[in-house]
Design a protein around this ligand. Structure first.
Ligand code: HEC
Ligand code: HEC
Ligand code: HEC
Ligand code: HEC
Length: 129
């Protein structure tokens, strides 16, 4: 037992860090639906969006294709902001003529589907009951 114990501790440490690494890799994989807290209670079923699978199938390698930056009413299509929620910059009720949160999602998702001729366009295909 005396010799096994350090080995057990080592094994536990290795497993522990492997688990942390796996969780980091799975961070976006875990997204299957979008329900941004900023909306409060949703009036539609949360939109289906399996982040990593979607982006693989759609061949979207550039994160900035969706995670753009910007400030003071000007979008910056070259600044990548992955990890920053859209709601950080797009308010549910924007002051002035900024793009509101619902419109931001709809415009980004639906415009691309329309342009590529692929991906859902109808309400019920994204807001799946
Ligand atoms: C098709 C659009 C799209 C592409 C391409 C995309 N993302 Fe995302 N990503 C989203 C959306 C939408 C969210 C949810 C944002 C929100 O909460 O407002 C998100 C959320 C995230 C989050 C937050 C995870 C969490 O658990 O909250 C991370 C991290 C992330 N994306 C990283 C990436 C990385 C890295 C890439 C490139 C390899 C990438 N994204 C490409 C649309 C996209
Ligand atoms: C760091 C701030 C920031 C983040 C994060 C951000 N945006 Fe934007 N976005 C802007 C700014 C600034 C503009 C230009 C002003 C406006 O339209 O509100 C803009 C414009 C837009 C537009 C209108 C222009 C166009 O491309 O058609 C859409 C749609 C949009 N954003 C969607 C999104 C979505 C969806 C997310 C999350 C995946 C997101 N934005 C995250 C700052 C941001
Ligand atoms: C830059 C382009 C682009 C953007 C932005 C985009 N999509 Fe897609 N999406 C696609 C393409 C291309 C497909 C078809 C993939 C295939 O099956 O070949 C697709 C397919 C889908 C599908 C079908 C199932 C699946 O996962 O393949 C859903 C659901 C979907 N998109 C939801 C969304 C939502 C929600 C958003 C916004 C948060 C979004 N998409 C943003 C390009 C895009
Ligand atoms: C390509 C996918 C897609 C399509 C098509 C789509 N939506 Fe959405 N919608 C979203 C996403 C993503 C959000 C933000 C995340 C969420 O609310 O689930 C959203 C948000 C909303 C919201 C605000 C949140 C809430 O539930 O109160 C409403 C309302 C809404 N959509 C209604 C509609 C209606 C009506 C249609 C058809 C005319 C439609 N959507 C079509 C993806 C889509």
């Amino acid at each position: 037992m005396k010799r096994i114990l350090p080995l057990l501790i080592l094994a536990a440490l290795i497993c522990g860090s492997a688990l942390v690494a796996a969780q980091t890799v799975l961070a976006q994989d875990a997204i299957t639906k979008l329900a941004p807290p900023a909306f409060g209670k949703l009036t539609r079923p949360a939109a289906v969006f399996a982040h990593d699978k979607h982006n693989e199938k759609a061949k979207l390698e550039e994160c900035v294709a969706c995670h753009h930056g910007g400030a003071d009413g000007k979008q910056d299509k070259s600044a990548s902001t992955e990890g920053t929620p859209c709601a950080e910059c797009h308010k549910v009720k924007p002051a002035g003529k900024g793009t509101g949160l619902q419109r931001a999602y709809h415009k980004q998702c639906i415009d691309c589907h329309r342009t590529k001729g692929k991906g859902p366009l109808a309400c019920g295909q994204c807001h799946v009951r």
